[in-house]
Structures are given as C-alpha cells and as structure tokens.
Design a protein around this ligand. Structure first.
Ligand SMILES: O=P(O)(O)OC[C@H]1O[C@H](O[C@H]2O[C@H](CO)[C@@H](O)[C@H](O)[C@H]2O)[C@H](O)[C@@H](O)[C@@H]1O
Length: 363
C-alpha cells in the first residue's frame, strides 16, 4: 500500500492508524478524546454545526443499540467479571502459589492526558503493599523502570519495565534471585536483553523530538529500551501526518519495530522479547519453570498485555484478566472494568489470604 506521496506505508503503521481512528472504541472515546462529557459534547456539536452523522454516531455510543448490548452481553459471557467469579478463581488456585503480574497504566492507574501524571491512588498503593506481603508480585510495564518505580514506590516488588526489557528484583524485604551481570553494586538487575540498542534508542528519541515538535500535543517519551509517541492530546486530523513522521524516521532503523497501545505508538527493538517472555523469565527466576504448583494471575488493559495472556493460555496455568469496560478481542479469561475494580479484586485476595492463614483448611 502507498500513501499520497507514493511512499510505501508499512502495514503496521496503517493498521495502527486505522485502529487509532476507527477502532471499536472510537466513538465511545470520542468525547473523552476531546475532553467533554457526552452531554457537553452533544451541545458542542450543536453549537459548531458539526455533521449529523457524527451526532448520530455519538447518540449511538451514548445509548447502545440492542445489538451492541447483545454484543457486550455475549462478550461478558466469555470474559466474566473476576470479582463476580472470585470464588471460581480461588478454587482453581487451590493448593498453588499465586504470583501476581500487574501492568501499570490503565490497570493500577487511570488513563490520563499527561503521562507524567498517571498517579496511583494511596488506596491502590496500600493494597499493592499488602498483596506483595502475601504473594510474589511484579509490575510489567512499557514505562521505564525509574519512572514506574517513582509512581509505585514499593521496593519489595519485581519490576519488568520497558515491555519486559529491563527486569529488576526486589531491593528490600527480599533479594534478587539471579543476576546476569557481575556488578555487585547493581545486584537487583536480573535481565536486560536489549542493552546494545540503548545508543540507537537515544538517537531515535532525539530525532523524534525534533520531527514531532511542530505537531501540537504530540509527546515523545523515552522509556529507556523503547520509546512512546503519544497521540492522546493531538487533534485527530493530525494523527495520520504524525504517524507518517514516525514511519519516515523508522524507515532508517530496520532494527526497530512499531507496536500500538492506547493512543500511543511504541518503538522498540526487533528482538523476540515481550511481556509474555518477561512473565516466563520471572516464573523461572522464582523457581517455577516446570512446576504445576504455581498460579500466575496477570492483569492488564493493553494490546501488549495480550502476549502475556497468550503465554498463560499456552501453559494452561493461572488466569489472564483484561481491564476493560468495552468488548475487546482478548486472550484473557476474565475482566475487570477499571483500576478501582482492580483494587477491589486485589483487596479481596488479601482478605482471602489472611482468612485462609487463620483457617488453613479453607485454602
Ligand atoms: O504497559 P503499560 O504500563 O500499560 O504502559 C503502556 C504505556 O502507558 C503510558 O501511556 C498510556 O497511559 C498514559 C497515562 O495515562 C496516557 O496518557 C497514554 O495515552 C496511554 O497510552 C505510558 O506513557 C507509555 O510510555 C507506555 O508505553
């Protein structure tokens, strides 16, 4: 496929743009994207004489039709609420050690316009602290390690940052399980499979900053072993030209690839490493490589989390839980609507664990 200038458009750029612009969530998030509530958005459309189709589409999004309702009901049938089916999950975990893998953005913290302000609530931090007291727990994120650590601030967790390309063990209340470097001052770093890409990532970061500075709202985030180009605050009309700028830069770097998240394009090395591989690495590090006694629970909201859901399905172990309030294609088995439901689910796990410690026959 070619664009207006007859340049070949890399298929992943094309599909990223299509999903950014017309994915199943597009109308439902249109108001959010523009920063209005639905009712304010309708008033605004009225005032500015926007086209009727957009208004009708928005009406549809605000009042789901029978078939949309049916679609949601059948989706929920296949991906039921992890809170409603809490007992079923606990029953499957019986006699096994639960290990938690938690994505950060959209799972532990709500999605916000400014990526530097994606804070977790205090309640979530307290619950996470309790979770980590009872179960090995890892944060698996596209963020760079320092940034996510500054948000979470819990040294007792594992961190698989930069989409799993920067894995660190607990630095207090526990110790690193194994290390791939001999540097004693950095004992907690467990694995960094993309080290040789650092200079290239830095170079591309600087180029992208320069190339995108003329696009209002565009933001490039350096996640150390990968980069994010944010579209959330960019006018939708500028999405295609912005993606084209990213494509032109990436054309010069065949060792980097493009993936897509929530209103973000992510640039990362072409190595075969993702959140699923990070999950397997951590299970192995914890001594569960060939064990049937482990029950991994992975909770995430984004496309990149699907790699981990697939790994769990393939291993036939544990459960994947997708955080979403709208139907999405997923390999997860259960769903939670938003970070506050994630907190609720984690809190129930803590309470269940405490009560089963008091009454061990119930575990
Ligand atoms: O793996 P994750 O922890 O989910 O990280 C994926 C990306 O998350 C962040 O971007 C997303 O959240 C932002 C803050 O809510 C939001 O503004 C943005 O639109 C979302 O895409 C993060 O900033 C990226 O670097 C991560 O790759």
């Amino acid at each position: 496929m070619t664009n207006q200038n007859n340049n070949v458009v890399r298929p992943e750029v094309n599909s990223c743009i299509n999903t950014l612009i017309s994915g199943p969530e597009s109308m439902a998030v249109l108001g959010e994207f523009l920063g209005f509530s639905h009712s304010n958005f309708i008033k605004r459309l009225d005032l500015e004489g926007a086209n009727v189709n957009a208004w009708i589409d928005l009406m549809r999004a605000a009042s789901p039709t029978r078939s949309e309702n049916q679609e949601k009901s059948s989706w929920i049938l296949y991906h039921p609420s992890a809170i409603k089916l809490f007992d079923e999950i606990i029953y499957s975990a019986k006699g096994k050690e639960i290990v938690f893998f938690l994505d950060y953005d959209g799972t532990l913290s709500p999605i916000v316009a400014d990526p530097d302000k994606a804070f977790m609530t205090r309640k979530m931090r307290a619950t996470l602290k309790d979770i980590a007291r009872h179960f090995p727990t890892a944060i698996v994120t596209g963020r760079c390690r320092d940034k996510v650590f500054n948000f979470v601030k819990l040294a007792e967790l594992y961190y698989a940052a930069s989409h799993g390309m920067d894995i660190m063990g607990p630095t207090k209340n526990g110790s690193a399980v194994k290390s791939n470097n001999n540097n004693n001052t950095n004992k907690a770093v467990l694995f960094q499979p993309a080290g040789q890409f650092l200079p290239m990532i830095d170079e591309v970061y600087k180029i992208l900053l320069e190339k995108t500075k003329c696009v209002p709202g565009a933001k490039v985030e350096n996640n150390k072993f990968c980069l994010s180009v944010h579209f959330r605050c960019v006018d939708e009309k500028s999405w295609a030209p912005l993606a084209e700028k990213v494509r032109l830069v990436l054309n010069e770097y065949p060792k980097l690839r493009l993936t897509q998240g929530r209103k973000v394009l992510e640039i990362r090395p072409t190595i075969k490493w993702d959140k699923g591989k990070a999950l397997e690495f951590l299970l192995e590090s914890l001594g569960y490589e060939n064990s049937n006694d482990v029950f991994p629970i992975y909770i995430g909201d984004d496309r990149t989390d699907e790699d981990a859901f697939k790994v769990l399905r393939r291993r036939g172990q544990g459960v994947g839980i997708l955080v979403s309030s709208v139907p999405k294609e997923t390999d997860a088995s259960y769903t939670l609507q938003d970070p506050s439901e994630v907190e609720h689910f984690l809190r129930r796990l803590v309470e269940w664990k405490r009560s089963s410690n008091v009454n061990p026959t119930s575990a």
